[in-house]
Write a protein that binds this ligand. Structure first.
Ligand code: PMP
Length: 405
């Protein structure tokens, strides 16, 4: 006998669902889905850097030692890991953070969501760099913020930011990725970060420093730099995703204790806290300084080699047709075709040739520069970079010919 299903009658969805964008991150990950496409789209870390052997050993040891490792944990995070983070994250003043300023989150992505829950009413203003991390833009829009973009890293960026802050009294946050940014690969200088922190204080908003790439510098001049001073108006976010593995879904936010308390209550309502087990495993891993130094060295070595292979192939194949700067760290090369190629259109030809990337449009809150693109070197092997770039160059030549016809 076959059963007959009547379509479910669901209630009307909440008003806020109208602000859910198509998942730009999901779209990026899908671009990398097939094995015959060389992946320069997704900014995922390289599985070759994941410390799976050490992970297995530590987990087994932990479970033998204490079955309660599988228990619920503290919604704020494992106290020992909060203290470790507070002691590790550098500050410009040399003072370290207190552990009660640290909240563990499901990746730094959740920290963004919690911050928006705590700070934003519909119509509040968030000022972002131009271009900016698309995963953050997605969250700000969901909370119905008015996103104003300013080229914060450019020569007149701070002047322009000052004007925006003076004319937008509803500004609640200034959002930046200070080191080896997604998508541009560039870093903010220490004086610029201090100035941002001062502006946040003066205009009574929060400077959000989203800093998951800080440890991934590949050149001697790109060693981790001090953070902005722990001013009451600066909120810092970090992540274990790029240094260990993103499957831990472990990130953190550092903020004044009064704000941490609010974020913790939202976190408790959302998920009762991160995995107690994974936090203990990560804590055991990172507190072993010999392991951590070797892990960082290994990751930096893999990414340095991939970056070098990508940038030398790009310079050889494109010459002056593509402008880009060599990033000193992180995962990304940000390029621009000065003659104005539309990179969203070029993508169709590139995927046909068997290479992916992300068109720059997705990273702009307003008025996108359509000639830009983000090429990620984190996921593709160094030996595949010349072929990836050849494919991209073929796609570019073919589509240039199409334009001439
Ligand atoms: N911020 C930035 C700038 C990122 O690039 C990413 C990852 N792509 C995240 C936050 C989120 O990372 P996670 O949630 O894994 O910590």
């Amino acid at each position: 006998m076959t059963s007959v299903h009547t379509p479910a009658r669901l209630p009307a969805l909440a008003e806020r669902t109208g602000h859910l964008a198509d998942s730009a991150i999901g779209a990026v990950l899908r671009l990398t889905g097939t094995s015959d496409v060389i992946p320069l789209a997704a900014g995922s870390p390289a599985p070759e850097t994941f410390c799976s052997q050490e992970f297995t050993e530590v987990t087994t040891r932990l479970l033998k030692r204490d079955p309660a490792a599988l228990q619920y944990g503290d919604a704020s995070g494992l106290p020992a890991l909060r203290s470790w983070i507070a002691a590790q994250v550098p500050t410009a003043t040399g003072r370290s953070y207190e552990a009660d300023r640290v909240l563990l989150t499901h990746g730094s992505q959740q920290a963004l969501d919690l911050l928006c829950k705590a700070l934003l009413d519909p119509g509040d203003v968030v000022v972002v760099d131009r271009p900016s991390y698309l995963g953050a833009l997605q969250v700000f829009r969901l909370f119905q913020a008015r996103v104003v973009d300013v080229p914060i890293s450019s020569d007149h960026g701070l002047e322009r930011l000052g004007e925006v802050l003076a004319s937008e009294p509803r500004t609640k946050m200034i959002y930046v990725v200070p080191a080896f940014a997604n998508p541009t690969g560039t870093s903010l200088t220490a004086p610029r970060r201090e100035r941002l922190s001062e502006l946040a204080e003066r205009y009574e908003c929060v400077l959000v420093e989203d800093d998951p790439y800080r440890e991934l510098g590949y050149d001697p001049a790109a060693l981790p730099r001090p953070a902005a001073p722990p001013s009451e108006n600066t909120v810092r976010m970090g992540s274990f995703s790029k240094v260990l593995f993103p499957g831990a879904r472990l990130g953190y936010v550092i903020a004044p204790p009064s704000l941490i308390d609010v974020l913790m209550k939202f976190k408790q309502a959302a998920d009762l806290g991160n995995s107690h087990l994974l936090q203990q495993v990560v804590h055991d891993l990172v507190q072993d300084s010999t392991f951590l130094a070797a892990q960082l060295d290994r990751a930096r070595g893999v990414y340095r080699e991939r970056r070098d292979a990508l940038v030398s192939a790009l310079a050889g194949a494109f010459g002056s047709v593509l402008d880009f700067e060599v990033p000193c760290g992180g995962f990304f090369v940000w390029g621009r075709f000065p003659q104005g190629t539309d990179t969203a259109r070029l993508l169709t030809a590139a995927l046909k040739e068997g290479v992916s990337y992300v068109p720059g449009t997705d990273f702009y809150a307003t008025d996108p520069d359509r000639a830009t693109l983000r090429l990620s070197f984190s996921c593709a092997r160094a030996e595949d970079m010349p072929e990836a770039v050849e494919r991209l160059a073929r796609a570019w030549h073919d589509s240039s010919e199409d334009r001439r016809e």
